[in-house]
Design a protein around this ligand. Sequence first.
Ligand SMILES: Cc1cc2nc3c(=O)[nH]c(=O)nc-3n(C[C@H](O)[C@H](O)[C@H](O)COP(=O)(O)OP(=O)(O)OC[C@H]3O[C@@H](n4cnc5c(N)ncnc54)[C@H](O)[C@@H]3O)c2cc1C
Length: 468
Amino acid sequence: MATHVWADEALDDAIPAVFWSDRPDHRATAPSLHGVHHADLAVVGGGFTGLWTAILAVEEQPGMEVVVVESQRCGFGASSRNGGFCDASLTHGLQNGLSHWPDDIQVLLRMGIENLNAIEETIDRHSIEADFRRTAEISVATERWHLDELAEALETHRSVGANVDLLDQSAIRAKISSPTYLGALARHDEIALVDPARLCWGLASVAERLGVRIFEETQVRGISRGQSRVTLRTDDGVIHADRAIIATNAYRGPTRSPRRYIIPVYDHVLMTEPLNSAQLDSIGWSDREGLGDVSNQFHYYRMSDDNRILWGGYDAIYHFNNGLGSEYDQNQGTHATLARHFFETFPQLEGLRFTHRWGGPIATTTRFTPAWGRSHGGNVVWVGGYTGLGVGASRFGGQVAVDLVLGRETERTELEMVRKKPFPFPPEPMRWMGVQLTRKSIQRADRKQGRRNTWLRVLDRFGVGFDS
Ligand SMILES: Cc1cc2nc3c(=O)[nH]c(=O)nc-3n(C[C@H](O)[C@H](O)[C@H](O)COP(=O)(O)OP(=O)(O)OC[C@H]3O[C@@H](n4cnc5c(N)ncnc54)[C@H](O)[C@@H]3O)c2cc1C
C-alpha cells in the first residue's frame, strides 16, 4: 500500500485534542475573579511566562502580593500544546543569535545554560513530576544539501565551545533507524525534554504555595493608568496594582503596543499510540533524544514517557489580520501532510495509529526572539514572541520582565536583545502578503538545495524573517 493511504488511515481515530492536557489528573480550575482586588504585581496570562514571572517575583521578594489572571485555564495556550523541547537557547538557535548579537553571544549562551539549570533546579526542589530529562538534540540530514549545512553548523557550534558531534549515515541509522537519514549533528548538554502541561500545572501549584493568587476563566479586558497604580478590568471585577506584566504571547492582550512586533503563527502536532516492544526495537532510539530535521520547513519529534512519538512542525501558518482562535487548531491538510512525512521517516511503523492531533499559536517576531516593552508610564511591561523556542526561554522572558517592571538595571536588561525591539511587522494587508511571499520562498529554497531567492536574501540583509 502507498504511504499516503496508510498515513490517512492512521489518522482516522485521532481525536482533536492536545495529548498533554487530555488526562484525568488535570489541575483543578482556580476560581475566577469577582469584585475589587489589590496587588503589588498583576500578571496577565497563565502560561510559562506568566507563571515563571509570578514565581520569580515572590521568590525574590517574599511577601510581595502577586496575582495571575488567566482567561481560560493555566497552560491553555502554547504552554501545554508544544513539543516539550526545553532548549537552553535564548536566541532561537545559535546561528540566529550570532547574526543579531555577535557581541553579546557569549553572555547569551551563559545565561541560556544558567536558565536551563535553574528550570531543572526548580523542578527538583519542588518535586514537579513533569518527566523532565536532560538529553541531546539531534538534527538529521534527509537531503544531500543538508550535509553541508550540518558541517557548517558543527564549525559554528565548536567556535563558541559547544559540545557537538557529527554522525555519518551509518552512525545515525545505527542509533535511530530511518531510511531517510543521511547524516546528523548531535548537540549535547543544552536541552531537556519535558511534559509541558504537567510542568505548567506544577508551576501553577508552586506559585500558589508561594502565596500567588491565581484567577482562571477571567479575561483581562483593559488596563488603565491611575496616579501611581494601574487598574485591570475584567468582566466582573477590577484589580488595582502597583505594576502589571502582560504575558499573553500570541494572544491579543489588553495592551496594543505588542501587536506591531508579535504575530500568531499556527504550528500543528500529532501524537501516536504507545509503541509496542517490536515497534520500539524496529526504530532503536534507545537514548530518546529530541530530533529535528534540517530543512527550513522542519519537523520536530520525540518520545513520551509512555512510548508514544510526538511528531510536529513543517507548516507554519499565519492567518490574515493576526487570526487566532480554536477554529485554527485543527488543519486537515497539515495533519495529513505530517502523517505522510511520519511514515516516510519510519515506514517500519506501518499500522501505528495517531491518537491525538492539535495545533496552537506560536508567537513570532521578525527576529524570532522575544521582545519586551513598557506602557502606562512604565508601570506595565509586556513580553512575548519566542517563536518555536519558548519552553525554556519563557523563564528568562519573565525574569527580564520582572527586572524591567521593578526598574532594575541588571546584566539582563543591558543586553541589546532586551534594549532594542525587533523590526515591526507592516500593517495589513502588507503583513499577510509579506508572510505568504516569505513562506513560498522558503518552500522553494527547500526544493532548490537551500538556495535562497532575492526576497529571502533582502530579508537576511536586514536581519528580518519568518520562522516557526
Ligand atoms: C504547537 C506548538 C509547538 C511548540 N513546540 C515548542 C517546543 O518544542 N519547544 C519550545 O521551546 N517551544 C515550543 N513552542 C513555543 C512555546 O510553547 C511558547 O513559546 C511558550 O509556551 C510561550 O509561553 P507563554 O506563557 O508566553 O504563552 P502562552 O502559553 O500562550 O500563554 C499565554 C496565556 O495568556 C492567556 N491570555 C491571553 N489573553 C488574555 C487576557 N486578556 N486575559 C487573561 N489571560 C489571557 C492565554 O489564555 C494563555 O494561556 C511551541 C508552540 C506551539 C504552539
